[in-house]
Design a protein around this ligand. Structure first.
Ligand SMILES: [Zn+2]
Length: 411
């Protein structure tokens, strides 16, 4: 794979401004979701620049480089159903929205990036549902759940097609997908066409407030092109004649924001409060980001030196949870197969593969019964309390957990 499969953006993807300031440079890394077969792991991975920039005009934090979607999503193994926490979260969200906006029989709910249909399957008996997702494997899973899915990228063309066949939608969902889209214009023009005048577009995205607060740099990977603040989403919505009528803080991926975007209405008290909170830490200017890079660089040094020190002492170390986040962390910090013997993961599709970049084998978690490492590097550190609780038996027998972010801790 040649490096011709990416390009550098010269303008902001929300407002078109050219004045983009570098916040953090994570170097050139392999694609975080591209888990490798044994054969592929023998070769060197293609790597792509991973740089975070800030737009002073609309406040959007975004990646400077865009990898071709065809390359980016070709090895995409992620299925929502693999995460019980997400299943519960999205299904509850779907039911809440149906109730709050009074959806009933005959109303259409569309989900952009519907993955394996988990969210829509929760409401398919009450309303008409339709998923849109370019990932064929995920769409097949959705169909098995009874969720009809268009295998495509959402935009104006797909929106027109849906309206022709099914009419306009009362709700459009999009969770952890708007941040993955480079051409926001096509998507928002599509939403304008698809959404009824009394409809609502609800989407969740990581909140940049937490990225800078936690220093959780492992949220940064090539799929994840935008890192939203309410300020940036407000700018984006208003550009297309929409408004942000409500916003919720949701306890997912650390903490995300759920945005409610409508054609008419007025902003709730929560919207005003959150805008004020963001302003107070300087998210609408470079102020919030000046300390970010030094903090992340210190985190990297601390983790690398701990792992080097433990290996020198002869300790065995493995990883816990093979995720895209984890791969950003491993590759940026420089953790390799010399440090970690293996990484466990519960998702069958990932097992017996190798992590991109670091080439560490991914194995089922039951290996921990036989090969008990001295240390487990917790790559899903945002779920630390739940995981530490779940793995009490392992810890009682002496295995210690290394929490890598925001500060390196051994527990
Ligand atoms: Zn901008």
């Amino acid at each position: 794979m040649s490096s011709a499969h990416f390009r550098k953006r010269k303008t902001c993807r929300i407002c078109g401004a050219k004045d983009l300031k570098l916040i953090l440079n994570l170097g050139k890394t392999a694609l975080a979701n591209a888990f490798l077969s044994k054969e592929a792991a023998r070769k060197k991975d293609a790597t792509y620049p991973l740089q975070l920039v800030f737009c002073r005009k609309c406040s959007l934090v975004q990646l400077a480089h865009v990898v071709d979607p065809e390359v980016l999503f070709s090895g995409y193994h992620y299925l929502t159903s693999g995460s019980p926490v997400l299943v519960d979260h999205f299904q509850r969200e779907a039911r809440d929205i149906v109730k709050r906006f009074g959806l009933g029989r005959g109303d259409l709910a569309v989900e952009i990036g519907s993955n394996d249909g988990i969210l829509l399957s929760a409401i398919k008996d009450e309303v008409n549902v339709l998923g849109v997702d370019p990932a064929e494997t995920a769409a097949l899973e959705a169909k098995k759940r009874g969720v009809e899915t268009i295998v495509d990228f959402f935009g104006v063309r797909v929106a027109k097609d849906i309206v022709k066949k099914h009419g306009q939608a009362k709700v459009i969902f999009a969770n952890n997908v708007i941040a993955h889209i480079d051409d926001l214009d096509d998507v928002f023009r599509g939403i304008e066409i698809l959404l009824r005048d009394d409809g609502v577009f609800v989407f969740e995205a990581h909140w940049v407030y937490n990225l800078i607060g936690d220093g959780g740099f492992d949220q940064i990977y090539h799929e994840h092109l935008s890192y939203y603040s309410l300020h940036a989403v407000k700018y984006l919505a208003e550009r297309f004649g929409f408004m942000v009528t409500d916003v919720q803080r949701v306890p997912i991926h650390g903490e995300s924001l759920r945005f409610f975007v409508q054609k008419k209405g007025k902003p709730s008290a929560r919207v005003k409060k959150l805008l004020a909170l963001e302003r107070s830490v300087g998210i609408d200017s470079m102020r919030a980001f000046r300390r970010f890079a030094p903090k992340v660089e210190k985190n990297k040094r601390d983790l690398k030196s701990l792992l080097d020190k433990l290996k020198k002492k002869g300790a065995s170390i493995a990883g816990y949870g093979a995720s895209a986040k984890g791969n950003t962390l491993l590759n940026y910090v420089g953790v390799t197969a010399k440090h970690l013997d293996f990484i466990t993961d519960t998702i069958p599709l990932k097992q017996w593969t190798f992590t991109p970049g670091a080439h560490i084998p991914v194995v089922p978690p039951d290996i921990l019964f036989t090969k008990r490492p001295d240390y487990l590097l917790l790559l899903a550190w945002n779920y630390a309390p739940a995981i530490l609780h779940r793995e009490q038996a392992l810890r009682a027998q002496g295995t210690k957990f290394i929490i890598p972010v925001p500060k390196v801790k051994v527990m």
